[in-house]
Design a protein around this ligand. Sequence first.
Ligand SMILES: Cc1cc2nc3c(=O)[nH]c(=O)nc-3n(C[C@H](O)[C@H](O)[C@H](O)COP(=O)(O)OP(=O)(O)OC[C@H]3O[C@@H](n4cnc5c(N)ncnc54)[C@H](O)[C@@H]3O)c2cc1C
Length: 409
Amino acid sequence: MSENDVIIIGGGAAGLFCAVQSAWLGKKTAVIEHMKKPGRKLLITGKGRCNVTNSCDAETVMKNIPRNPSFMYSSLSRFAPEDTMAFFESLGAELKTERGNRVFPKSDRAETILNALVGAAEQAGVEFIYDDARKLIVEDGRVKGVSCEKAEYYAQKVVVATGGKSYPLTGSTGGGYKLALQAGHRVTEISPSLCPIVTEERHCAEMMGLSLRNCTLTLHDDQTGRVLFSELGEMLFTHFGLSGPLALSASAHMDRITKGRYTVSIDLKPALSHEKLDERILRDFSEYPNRDFSNALKKLLPSKMIDTVVRLSGIEPYKKVNQITRTERGRLAELLKDMRFSVRALRPIEEAIITRGGVDVREISPKTMESKLVKGLYFIGEVLDVDGYTGGFNLQIAFSTAYACAADV
Ligand SMILES: Cc1cc2nc3c(=O)[nH]c(=O)nc-3n(C[C@H](O)[C@H](O)[C@H](O)COP(=O)(O)OP(=O)(O)OC[C@H]3O[C@@H](n4cnc5c(N)ncnc54)[C@H](O)[C@@H]3O)c2cc1C
């Protein structure tokens, strides 16, 4: 086999995009992928619809990157969300923008995005090699190639685009961190982000499967007294705690979780003030004044929640509603506006959307993604210690870093 100019390890979002750009610039490019097909993770993004970017400016993307946003400044300035959109549209993948500026393919199918990338790569002559990268070949501070399970491959430029450690069945098994360490790079602590939350309270299990569409979830750091996140949207109760978009987003704001540090508060009635909610409860109660309390919440709450709310309210379940005191009613309203859960942990990294931590960006050039330690070696995408919130920001990180790299290799 003749030597390639560029070898990209990992055929995910970042690797495929980098391969297309590099081949378009006339470089003989190969992608090494250890799964049977490239882009397995892309197919499950956005619940199979692929939220490919966020239709906003580069500055807004940076505001949605909690870790090392300034590292992204240069690459985002050169390749912003509008460029991502233009790129996919130019390949015939029509896009649409939804709530929160989230951009999806019009087909609502992630395959549209993956096929566009793989199709463009194949057309540009990118070679796909199915092998598992095990070791970088480095001589005199310069990369020479990569040693894989089946063979060694040589190139003057090697790009590590192996992704993070979440959803390992898609191929993102964390192999890139080993390659980085072996090349002398620091890898910061790896932990889950955009991940379901395990709560101390057991009553989430009683409400398991219940999905709330219009609630506000607020995350408090009780150590500093600060509110870290507060948003209106959807969430889900599970056997271990909280999941769904709001819980995943909140998880990205937690750092080191210690007992009692983080509290999640759910406002079940965000559209009503305390006073309005009290009026509403009073109105419901006065319709059937002789009803037991436990039977009086059907109009107000989903049925799966009623037993739990009744218990947490401390109001006797068989008390007639016309005997419920103003103080008790106040307690109920308080509970519905501020149902609290203590965070015990996040679920394991395998269940996270994103890996927090990765190749230390202080050792990477933000302009080119080249290693400052080994010449010709590059790192792009999720393997880097950069992560974004939900909304298409993580794929944008993959594309922007890949573009910066492709222009240099
Ligand atoms: C369920 C889910 C939903 C998501 N939804 C969205 C969304 O809608 N929008 C968004 O912006 N982000 C989303 N993300 C995050 C997004 O998928 C990632 O940020 C993005 O895929 C990272 O791209 P990457 O190319 O760096 O890594 P990956 O896409 O993980 O690709 C890495 C590739 O490298 C290969 N590889 C790994 N090690 C080796 C090795 N040693 N040798 C050879 N090949 C190797 C892997 O098989 C894989 O193909 C989602 C993630 C998950 C898990």
